[in-house]
Write a protein that binds this ligand. Structure first.
Ligand code: SAM
Length: 239
């Protein structure tokens, strides 16, 4: 369960109504029952429920069960899709290890108004579900050119392009990812349903460390490409 408060032995955390309802009425837990909680900074803790009434409960931190691991920085840059598919894509990106979700506006992007609060809620839910201890950062949408220009030279840009020659993406990436992967900084870029324009392809290729990968001979939908691309990155990072 994600909580905002600092976590330390003995710390007492008041749950909000939705969280109390979930634990007391959905999971039907009660005083003394254990819950695993995280806040994105202090690792994972075992906490015990202290019921304060039918609709209220506190949690008391007992012991840390997992350290806050250092993870490679993985930015997932994508052209926003329409609602349900965007929800799905955000959820899959988090499950597949993305730490930063960066909506990028391209010439053929379908929907530009991105509901960041909705994205943040989906990202937290996905982090709780898949047991990662960091909360993905959801950034404001950015034009593709500004995003590419602002990327540090230390970030390896993984440019997913269906027009790139079909080759083994894992091998292409392995040659570029530094040893001691936890220090790796990568950004995966996925285009809109209508694909990148040639100008955008040329722009992306200007980034100092850019590897252009094919995800196979078929044209994938953007949300499918997200999972495929991040699976390739995870198989190299082993994160
Ligand atoms: N340009 C095509 C079109 O107009 O239908 C396809 C765009 S595809 C639906 C959306 C994005 O997914 C692409 O911009 C690319 O980033 C990624 N993608 C899809 N298939 C891919 C493949 N076989 N290899 C690499 N990337 C792919």
């Amino acid at each position: 369960l994600f909580v905002e408060s600092p976590l330390a032995a003995g710390a007492r955390i008041a749950l909000d109504r939705a969280q109390a309802n979930y634990l007391l009425n959905v999971l039907r837990l009660g005083t003394g029952d254990a819950v695993l909680i995280f806040n994105g900074r202090d690792g994972e803790w075992r906490a015990e429920i202290a019921v304060e009434g039918r609709k209220a409960a506190d949690l008391v931190c007992v012991e840390r069960t997992r350290e806050q691991a250092v993870r490679p920085e993985l930015i997932y840059a994508f052209a926003p899709l329409k609602h349900a598919r965007l929800d799905y894509m955000v959820q899959k990106a988090v499950e597949m290890g993305a730490g930063v979700l960066q909506p990028v506006l391209t010439r053929r992007t379908q929907s530009t108004r991105v509901n960041l609060e909705r994205m943040r809620g989906n990202a937290i839910e996905a982090a709780e579900q898949c047991g990662i201890l960091t909360i993905p950062e959801v950034r404001d949408e950015e034009n593709l050119d500004k995003f590419i220009k602002a990327l540090g030279d230390d970030v390896l840009l993984v440019f997913c392009d269906e027009d790139s020659p079909v080759s083994n993406p894992v091998e292409a990436l392995k040659a570029q990812v530094p040893a001691g992967n936890n220090a790796a900084k990568l950004a995966v870029v996925i285009g809109p349903e209508g694909g990148f324009t040639d100008q955008e392809r040329a722009l992306v290729a200007t980034h100092k460390r850019c590897v252009r990968v094919s995800l196979g001979p078929r044209i994938l939908r953007a949300d499918t490409a997200a999972v495929a691309a991040l699976a390739v990155v995870q198989s190299v990072l082993g994160d």
